[in-house]
Design a protein around this ligand. Structure first.
Ligand SMILES: [Zn+2]
Length: 90
């Protein structure tokens, strides 16, 4: 399983419709999503676990899917970062 961050934007006019869609998608979505709406940035973010990019896409509630950006996340170790740095120097 990999972790994916899903980022979905909407307009202020779509706010209610988007929130309704996420509420209908289930408690998991409402509990785990974070929203910028109250700060004037109409974007939602949620981190999910999925086996593939396609599965992560399918997890996005359909009304939001067309505007969603899905990115697989990687956690780096200090050793990996040092390896990148030594590669860049050579
Ligand atoms: Zn909003």
């Amino acid at each position: 399983m990999a972790q994916y961050i899903i980022e979905a934007t909407h307009t202020p006019a779509e706010c209610q419709k988007t929130l309704d869609a996420v509420m209908l998608a289930g408690a998991h979505w409402l509990t785990n999503s974070q929203w910028g709406c109250m700060s004037g940035d109409h974007t939602a973010w949620i981190i999910v676990e999925a086996d593939s990019d396609a599965e992560a896409q399918r997890l996005v509630p359909p009304p939001v899917r067309s505007k969603a950006k899905v990115v697989r996340l990687t956690r780096f170790t200090p050793e990996q970062i040092r390896a990148f740095a030594s590669h860049a120097k050579s």
